[in-house]
Design a protein. Structure first.
Length: 480
């Protein structure tokens, strides 16, 4: 009998082990399935993930030559802003709407996916540029038709296209990551226009990106070698036409690239964060200059320095700024910090907090390039700025039309009502000057009076200007 009991026990144990093993295998398989599903299905759109997209692309070009395909990356312009203005729920709906619009437009043998936040990639059949462009424009138009049924908000796109034949490695295999990067490079070359745009990766774009890389690498040693320079552009009072301040503008006298304007290297420096060092360098040059003036008994004029949006992510920003200004013992009120209007589109709260702190400390603040982007008029009341700088775009032909004049005049009045001084940038003609005087815009800056110049030239210029001003006063006294 005990023998029988042992056999039963063994059988029961064996069954339990089998059941446990089966349960374990089932659980493992389920877990594996879920993981695979999560890595292959995009939760938001229900479509493919980037991993699945790449896998499908690989499968397709095993059967069909890569030359028959192109990769497209589509990006929604200013999607962050859309999210902030309309809410994340609406943002999500825009993404799913775009997903279904793209899906409905594809031909057999083509695949697509949302590969990151607002980036969609398509493996599209290769064709002439204009045919691909037409297909993409078709997607944008159809999206607009569907989207406008739900929201009244202009959604624009930038798309980059790269032919797969251009993305083969030495072994002849296609590298899809390279293809996506190239699409992004092409896309970047057309971002920020006021229409949806498509760009094709070609030799020109490759050269631009290689030059950008070279510029990026050359910047840190160039700062050590003192190749960066601080130029000053005078600001003038509209009434008396004399110098009332200046803006510091960076230049790069590069051994390698020649003399570069900031438009060529600041965007690159903004991408890798080096702009932060450049901004502190310019601030230090301005402080050194003011220290020299003060030591000579000259009362400084306010000089403005441009501050990149990147500073707001730096916890040490205010600390470093004060450290430089304090080192030269410059009263904070002589330094004006210019922040460009568009920084208020992102991280608005943090930006306002930092600006309030700087203002409390005594720094002057100005809103640069006002009117160049999506100005949030409503935000103006919350920004503790002393000066509003009207962007030069405003003056492009505007002064000639009565409606244009009305807009500028209203902006000047608005700023004044908010206790801000107003300066108009990019003033090039006497007509513009007369108009600004008429509407009582306090200051101007532009080629009409002077271009940005070296510090030495600025000092000569300012001295002459002061001399002329005192001569004028004396003349007036004696002529009375
Ligand atoms: P911004 O701050 O709006 O500076 C004004 C730009 O307009 C300057 O260009 C100036 O030379 C130009 N300008 C002035 N008057 C006229 C005019 O009458 N007509 C025309 N067509 N242009 C005029 P610049 O020096 O090439 O600087 C371009 C931009 O680069 C600046 O625009 C600013 O956003 C950025 N930048 C310059 N220096 C720095 C810097 O030290 N740090 C940072 N973060 N950005 C800087
Ligand atoms: Mg500026
Ligand atoms: Mg400006």
């Amino acid at each position: 009998m005990p023998e029988n009991r042992n056999i039963v026990l063994i059988i029961v144990l064996a069954v339990i082990i089998v059941i446990l093993a089966a349960a374990f295998i089932a659980l493992f398989t389920y877990y594996h399935h879920i993981r695979k599903r999560d890595s292959e299905v995009d939760v938001l759109t229900g479509g493919k993930t980037k991993i699945r997209f790449f896998a499908d692309c690989e499968k397709i070009i095993k059967k069909i030559p890569a030359e028959k395909y192109a990769v497209v990356v589509i990006d929604i312009d200013k999607f962050k802003l859309l999210n902030e203005r309309l809410g994340y729920e609406v943002g999500d709906m825009v993404l799913t709407r775009l997903h279904s619009t793209i899906g409905d437009s594809l031909e057999e043998g083509e695949v697509f996916a949302r590969i990151s936040d607002d980036h969609f990639a398509i493996l599209m059949k290769n064709a002439q540029n204009n045919e691909l462009q037409n297909r993409l424009n078709g997607i944008f138009t159809e999206f607009e038709r569907r989207n406008s049924l739900f929201i009244k908000y202009p959604v624009l796109f930038s798309a980059g296209v790269c032919r797969l034949g251009q993305c083969k490695g030495q072994n002849g295999a296609v590298d899809f990551t390279v293809a996506i990067d190239r699409c992004k490079l092409a896309k970047k070359s057309v971002k920020g226009y006021h229409t949806s745009e498509v760009a094709f990766y070609d030799g020109k774009i490759r050269d631009i990106s290689m030059r950008e890389k070279d510029i990026e690498n050359a910047m840190p040693p160039a700062l050590e070698r003192k190749e960066f320079l601080c130029y000053l552009q005078p600001k003038y009072g509209t009434e008396n036409r004399h110098i009332v301040g200046a803006e510091a503008l960076i230049r790069w006298d590069s051994k390698e690239f020649g003399f570069l304007s900031p438009n060529e290297f600041i965007p690159v420096a903004e991408k890798n964060g080096f702009v932060v060092e450049l901004d502190f360098f310019i601030l230090e040059e301005v402080c050194k200059l003011m220290r020299r003036w003060i030591d000579k008994g000259i009362t400084p004029i306010t000089i403005s320095v441009n501050q990149s949006r990147l500073h707001i992510n730096d916890d040490d920003y205010i600390w470093r700024l004060r450290e430089i200004v304090d080192k030269y013992e410059i009263p904070y009120e002589y330094i004006e910090l210019e922040v460009t209007e568009s920084v208020f589109n992102e991280n608005t709260e943090l930006m306002l907090k930092i600006l309030h702190k700087l203002h409390e400390l005594g720094f002057k603040l100005s809103i640069d390039d006002f009117g160049s982007g999506y100005s949030s008029l409503n935000l103006l009341k919350d920004i503790p700025a002393d000066v509003l700088k009207i962007d030069r775009e405003f003056f492009n032909g505007t002064v000639n039309s009565s409606r244009g004049r009305a807009v500028i005049s209203s902006v000047v009045d608005l700023a004044k009502n908010l206790d801000m001084n107003v300066i108009s940038e990019g003033i090039e003609t006497g007509d513009q000057m007369d108009f600004l005087k008429e509407i009582r815009c306090g200051m101007v800056q532009g080629y009409y009076f002077a271009k940005p110049m070296t510090i030495k030239d600025f000092e000569d210029h300012w001295e002459n200007d002061q001399q002329n001003e005192s001569d004028a006063i004396l003349n007036e006294i004696f002529s009375v």
